[in-house]
Design a protein around this ligand. Structure first.
Ligand SMILES: Nc1ncnc2c1ncn2[C@@H]1O[C@H](COP(=O)(O)OP(=O)(O)O)[C@@H](O)[C@H]1O
Ligand SMILES: C[C@@](O)(CCOP(=O)(O)O)CC(=O)O
Ligand SMILES: [Mg+2]
Length: 395
């Protein structure tokens, strides 16, 4: 198949306020889009006979011949118009053998490449197009901010658009329809399965729709009005794999169901209470409401330690922020990665500066951010942020 135009797509990262891990086991999570995004550039292939994927964040650039990939197509029977089925263990084994990855591999490159190949073959199976794709992210990878979902959402959207399964909106402020977003989300969920093993689907839902969402057992409910919340987002820079952490929680739940299930139920109750407080305070939270949010953060951080996803780097972070009267919890899969610290409006800027300085001295990276960002979007090249254009030009 011939592709005749260049496309630019982006999807946001996310912050889970409450409910990480519990959401994998059917509990409620509250999550919001983050104003750090993953950008994808898709171009027709130079020689029409190859597919190239270039991932500058992880230093990966690979090219395959379409004629070689064609041999894999019969194993990918998904119908892109309907609900996707895969990925089956057999399909993943095929891909690992094809790409030369050993069985059981979970490193950054292999997960990214397997997710791409799975989506490319499943979505474009009927007529494999020759493409050059670059994916570059403002998000740290493997830090709890949903880079895997932003990656899967942008690849799914670009491949569905280029193969004519969803429209290519003529202007960048025109969004895809709900049906098209639902299709993007369901394919991105399959990409997340390759990367997370057993994802809940909350991250790809935020990557697709953005904003603030309540997510439970596949049900996605946008929270239309949320009070403005300022947070300090801190990356401990301790690397970890969501797949491994999610599997660890499952093992603990199987080993100690009577002990772990009540903890997950309590996390569920925290999400419910947080949503209640946020909705009661849409016009602006009172100091009492902020205090409740802070307590919920503290309780949840203890629970996350109990289910085994804490880390000494996160303990240090919580101690540092507590000593300045601020409250923090890990966000995402934990085991290192990122934490959020709630910034009440009455906090003196000098306190935030002191906290940031202390955390930087540990080698952590901090951003002050407010939550809520638009979901998957199409861009024109002239409207891309400067850092994105620079990265694409270098790639
Ligand atoms: N920009 C990117 N380039 C290449 N791979 C990416 C990118 N973003 C995400 N990934 C893939 O997602 C994985 C990280 O996903 P995960 O462990 O779920 O952490 P998180 O989603 O919190 O960042 C990486 O190991 C890599 O395979
Ligand atoms: C731990 C979990 O709840 C969130 C993982 O987020 P991240 O990949 O660490 O950004 C897993 C999931 O919901 O699929
Ligand atoms: Mg992830």
């Amino acid at each position: 198949m011939m592709v005749d135009r260049e496309l630019f797509v982006s999807a946001p990262g996310k912050v889970i306020l409450h409910g990480e891990h519990a959401v994998v086991h059917g509990k409620v999570a509250l999550a919001v889009g983050l104003n750090l995004r993953t950008f994808l550039r898709l171009r027709p292939g130079k020689d029409n006979g190859t597919v190239e994927i270039n991932l500058p964040n992880i230093g990966t650039k690979l090219t395959w011949k379409i004629s070689d990939l064609q041999a894999l197509v019969p194993s990918f029977h998904n119908s892109p118009e309907s609900k996707p089925l895969g990925p089956s263990p057999e399909q993943l084994d095929f891909l690992k053998t094809f790409a030369g990855f050993s069985n059981g591999t979970t490193d950054t490159e292999s997960l990214a490449v397997l997710a791409f190949l799975y989506l490319y073959l499943s979505i474009c199976g009927q007529a494999l197009p020759s493409l050059e794709i670059v994916v570059w992210s403002q998000l740290p990878t493997g830090a709890g901010l949903g880079s895997s979902a932003a990656y899967s959402v942008s690849i799914a959207a670009a491949l569905l658009a280029t193969s004519g399964k969803i429209s290519i909106p003529a202007q960048e402020n025109i969004r895809w329809t709900q049906a098209e977003l639902t299709l993007i989300n369901s394919w991105a969920f399959q990409g997340e399965k390759v990367i997370h093993g057993n994802p809940s689907g909350v991250d790809n839902a935020v990557g697709t729709w953005g904003g603030a969402l309540r997510f439970q057992a596949g049900e996605i409910n946008p929270i239309e009005r949320v009070p403005v919340l300022e947070i300090l987002l801190t990356n401990t820079c301790v690397p970890r794999s969501t797949k491994t952490l999610v599997a660890g929680v499952k093992d603990k739940l199987l080993k100690f169901p009577g002990i772990m299930e009540p903890v997950l139920s309590s996390i569920n109750a925290i999400s419910e209470e947080c949503q209640r407080v946020l909705q009661a305070g849409v016009e602006g939270l009172t100091i009492e409401q902020y205090s409740v949010l802070e307590e919920l953060i503290d309780i949840n951080q203890h629970h996350l330690n109990v289910i085994g996803v804490g880390h000494p780097s996160l303990d240090r972070l919580c101690q540092a922020t507590t000593s300045h009267g601020l409250h923090s919890k890990l966000t995402g899969a934990g085991g290192g990665g990122c934490a959020i610290t709630l910034l009440r409006p009455d906090i003196e800027p000098s306190v935030v500066d002191a906290v940031k300085q202390e955390l930087s001295a540990y080698g952590y990276q901090c951003w002050r951010t407010s939550i809520g960002a638009p979901g998957v979007s199409l861009h024109s090249s002239s409207m891309l942020p400067e850092d994105v254009t620079r990265s694409f030009n270098k790639a």
